[in-house]
Design a protein around this ligand. Structure first.
Ligand SMILES: Nc1ncnc2c1ncn2[C@@H]1O[C@H](COP(=O)(O)OP(=O)(O)O)[C@@H](O)[C@H]1O
Ligand SMILES: [Mg+2]
Length: 153
């Protein structure tokens, strides 16, 4: 997956900000699955700001951990999520968005755990929410997986 470098806001009163490193990051995953995770988080973030606001999406490589991780996040400044709802959010058919299916986060969670990753959430009601996806890189290939296919460090 190459870090996105362009995004069109879906409404005039929504702004999408991208925080990406200068160098492209590469991760050996199924593009449709990773897109689906990002899409779910981004659409949720926009729906949490029905009157507009800023959605920030970013990606980075975290080398600090014992095992390198590709980290991407989606942050909104919307309604926020009450503390007691945080745990159920990843269960299927839980949701508060009008006309939502309640499946987006359940599917995203399933995809990310299939990659041995995890999704962290931090949220303050009335201020906004950040979802952070951690995707570990295999230890032996860590160096090369952050580079374009065929290149070594
Ligand atoms: N960024 C967010 N801000 C506030 N609430 C959220 C956010 N993301 C998810 N939620 C809550 O989690 C629920 C489940 O999300 P999801 O599984 O994507 O289902 P859906 O979007 O179909 O409702 C949402 O209905 C909403 O209540
Ligand atoms: Mg959703």
């Amino acid at each position: 997956m190459r870090a996105a470098s362009y995004a069109r806001p879906p409404r005039a009163d929504h702004t999408v900000v991208l925080e990406t490193p200068d160098e492209p990051l590469w991760y050996d995953g199924e593009e449709t699955e990773l897109r689906q995770v990002l899409w779910s988080l981004a659409t949720n973030g926009l729906r949490a700001m029905p009157t507009g606001g800023e959605l920030t999406m970013g990606v980075r490589l975290d080398r600090e951990k014992a095992r390198e991780e590709l980290v991407f996040f989606v942050r909104d400044c919307g309604c926020g999520i009450p503390h007691d709802e945080l745990e159920q959010m990843f269960q299927p058919f839980h949701g508060s968005f009008r006309k939502g299916t309640g499946l987006g986060l359940a599917i995203a969670h399933r995809i990310v755990t299939d990659y041995n990753g995890r999704i962290d959430v931090s949220s303050t009601v009335g201020e906004g929410t950040t979802f952070t996806v951690h995707l570990p890189l295999p230890p032996a290939q860590g160096e090369t997986r952050a580079l374009p296919p065929g290149r070594t460090a």
